[in-house]
Design a protein around this ligand. Structure first.
Ligand code: CA
Length: 239
């Protein structure tokens, strides 16, 4: 089953093997690749359900591997890092990773993260109601509200917002968003995403002008802003 396939990209064989053993025990099918450049090709040829990606790799480092994969795939990626100074970049998810774990880690923790990330990224047919901060979306009726007030969206705007809400904090490239909207990505049309996003922002701002929901990540694409934190700040300011 493809939804059980996990790709581990790690050149330290001991770490990769321990991780594999724990994941296999949890019911996953595991492939190990020990070079960054081969990892990109592997994801292209045998798309896994999730990638566990170390940063220090021969061939191509994990950050570049992540960027390369994001050019053609939305596969969930959990980064492994031994360097605290890398965490900011990963957390900011400018790379388009979904989560990170610091080395040394407990294999049990990784298994838990893998399950959590897969749960979050699964299409929400069993979970028709999405809520992020003040935004709610009913995927069945296609009704969207911001701060409780309805917003009318075109099918493209709906598809874009749904993608962003499914994986908050994850940066989507224009190419990815374009594939979600029209089923494929073609370079010349990526800028059409900008006008859809502009319209989405305008419609949502009518209900909640004080908040910017969709952030532009310069040179990369778009993400849903940190709405939980934004509403905390609002609460503090109003109290
Ligand atoms: Ca390594």
């Amino acid at each position: 089953m493809a939804d059980k396939d996990v790709l581990i990209v790690e050149d330290e064989s001991k770490i990769a093997e321990v991780l594999r053993d724990y994941l296999v025990a949890a019911g996953f099918l595991v492939t190990i690749v020990d070079r960054g450049d081969s990892a990109v090709a592997e994801v292209g040829q045998n798309p896994p359900a999730l990638v566990i990606l170390d940063i220090m790799l021969p061939g191509m480092d994990g950050m570049d591997v992540c960027r390369e994969i994001r050019k053609f795939s939305t596969v969930p990626i959990i980064m492994l890092t031994a360097r605290v100074e890398e965490i900011d970049r990963i957390i900011g998810l400018e790379l388009g990773a979904d989560d990170y774990v610091c080395k040394p880690f407990s294999p049990r923790e990784i298994v838990a993260r893998v399950k959590a990330v897969l749960r979050r990224s699964r299409p929400q047919s069993d979970e028709p109601q999405l809520t992020v901060g003040p935004i709610s979306m009913d995927c069945g009726t296609r009704e969207v509200t911001v701060s409780g007030k309805p917003v009318t969206l075109t099918p493209n705007e709906f598809a874009l917002l749904k993608a962003l809400m499914t994986r908050p904090n994850r940066v989507f490239t224009r190419g990815e968003l374009l594939s979600l909207v029209q089923g494929y990505s073609s370079d010349g049309y990526e800028r059409t995403i900008d006008s859809h996003i502009k319209n989405l922002r305008k419609k949502m701002a009518e209900n909640s002008a004080e908040q910017e929901f969709i952030s532009t990540v310069h040179g990369v694409g778009y993400k849903l802003g940190d709405l939980a934190r934004a509403s905390d700040e609002e609460c503090r300011q109003s109290s």
